[in-house]
Design a protein around this ligand. Sequence first.
Ligand code: ADP
Ligand code: MG
Length: 679
Amino acid sequence: MNTYEYLLNDINTIKGIGPKLSKLFRKKNINTIFDLIWSIPRDTTDRTNLVKINELQIGKIQTITVDVIKYNFPRIRNLPNKVFCEDETGKIECVFFNSFEGYIKKILPINSRVTISGKISYYNKKYQITNPSYISEKSDSIKKVFSKYSLTEGLTEKKYNIIINEVLNSLPDLNEWLSNDILKKFNYISWKKSIIELHNPYNINKKGNFLNRLIFDEIISNFLINSKIRRGIKKIKKIKKNFDNKEYLKIKKKFGFELTSDQNTAVEQINKDLKSNQKMFRLLQGDVGSGKTIVALIASANVISSGFQVCLMAPTEILAKQHYTLTKKLFDAHINIGLLTSKTERNERNNILKNLINNKINILIGTHSLFQEKIKYNKLGLIIIDEQHKFGVKQRKKLSDKGGKNCDVLVMSATPIPRTMLMTIYGDMDTSIIKNKPRNRKEIKTYSKLDSKTDEVVKFVKKQIDEKNQVFWVCPLIEESKKVDHQSSVKRYEFLKKIFKNRVGLLHGALDKEEKNNILLNFLNKKIDILVSTTVIEVGIDFPSANIIIIENANKFGLSQLHQLRGRVGRGDKESYCILMFKSNLSQNAKKRINILKKTTDGFKISEEDMKLRGYGDLLGFKQSGLQSFRLADPVLNEDLFLLAEKEVKKIELENQDLNKYMTLLKLYDRADILNDIV
Ligand code: ADP
Ligand code: MG
């Protein structure tokens, strides 16, 4: 067969895979031939070294050529069958559990000379090989390096190698999808040849054109889909939004600070999009505290003054309320603002819905659940969604469709990520990035402390509370178990309550929404001074008087996570502190991380360092993103290939190339379903 369809066949179509084996493969999530070729060997077994029996090393896998001398088939349950073999230097027994006599006689005929390979053991003063799976009359078929795959019981290395070889021999010659210019960079190696090289035991852990080509394939398939979506959305023609800077100047007077240069640039980029006849689909990315909200509100005011409505969605009710309060404060009195959350009473709710249809509400603020609801607007012109990084490509596309053709979309994200990741995860959107922080920000003083010095930390906290400051106390994340985390935070809470009486609150995952909100409000309204919690301190909420964060077991967190946690403080103009606590003496790695945190508050730099230390998979919340489908590509290690793919996709866009050429790639790499949704 000469098409890709062979690769999508079920594994049970492979010669040598029956129901039993296919069950084992399915357990490893290998269902199709394509899945199977991505089970990549990570190691090899070297069976090339042929030795004499008197040179055998116990515990090692070794290969010997011997004569078969005698059988011993005891015919008693649980006693193994044995075959005695020898060469001119010594004797060895082959021990078989659960093998039939007939089979043994066939593979080890008496008086024959055979080559055997297996792990050598020593029992009763005799060398043994138990259940040898490599036996042959021709030593050449064994004296090889074999790829080591991830095995399970019932699936031997030998069998795996045979199956993989069967598949590699049947790989179709696919029509090339890469352009000549790109192929040249990989020395014209084809996809098929690359896959074969990937499984070659002599290539394990080696780099080369075969690997680069396959990595490039993965990246470009991702980028092409992103590009297709972006282009599709750009094609939608909308009514231009007409506005001047009057509304902006009015609210500028009220917020009373100068925008940073990055904020200004973002506002300009957004304004240009709003005024154009192409639908806006833009990501506003900026570190925690970089001031994204004000940019979003300026955009909202402009859209409203052009006669359209705005919908602003926040991830939590408190945050929605905070946005609402700020909007009320900044916007001109003639602008009508609605707040719709799960707490909104029925009457009020009906009122809001009615006023939305009548165009009496100009901006509706609520939680992400607004997205799910059937709310009818009169003239929706802008959807803003705040603090999300869990929306995948498909959901964002849906968001864009939902608003209708005249509705622009602005997505805000507070997770700084390196460019290669940005291109992968948000490649379907245009991006505005706020890098520099407002100038009045004070650096957060970051310290590390041993657990045994908790007393000193408590003393410090006491002093701070006396000065009317507030404290986040983040509890150890011991393991991936909510229960254990919960226990540790309860313990800390009880401990602190003895010292600070009823000025301490506890926030944990087991609380329901209502309770959680109450505690957060108590903290916000300064009814409590210390908020003890496990990792999740609500994203994005401004707690202006919280200027101290204590993080226990800090070594359990990644750099980016520590940075995000630290970003909860230092939002006002007071001196802020972050205290990282550790159980015992710090490891080299932990020291490195603390030093990075002490040195910089630049989230982009920190996330890059984090990726270098831990790999991109661990970066905050990106597990469900487009990255998850990468089997080989790594945004840190393969930066050059990401940039190359970006350039190639730009060229494809510029020349308006037909994507048909890439269809095989997209189908194989499991992205065509997204494509079907989109075209
Ligand atoms: P985030 O980007 O994390 O959403 P916010 O929009 O909540 O950040 O802004 C954090 C704080 O910084 C707010 O209190 C806001 O008023 C303030 N802020 C925003 N921009 C500026 C600026 N240019 N100068 C001074 N303060 C600013
Ligand atoms: Mg925010």
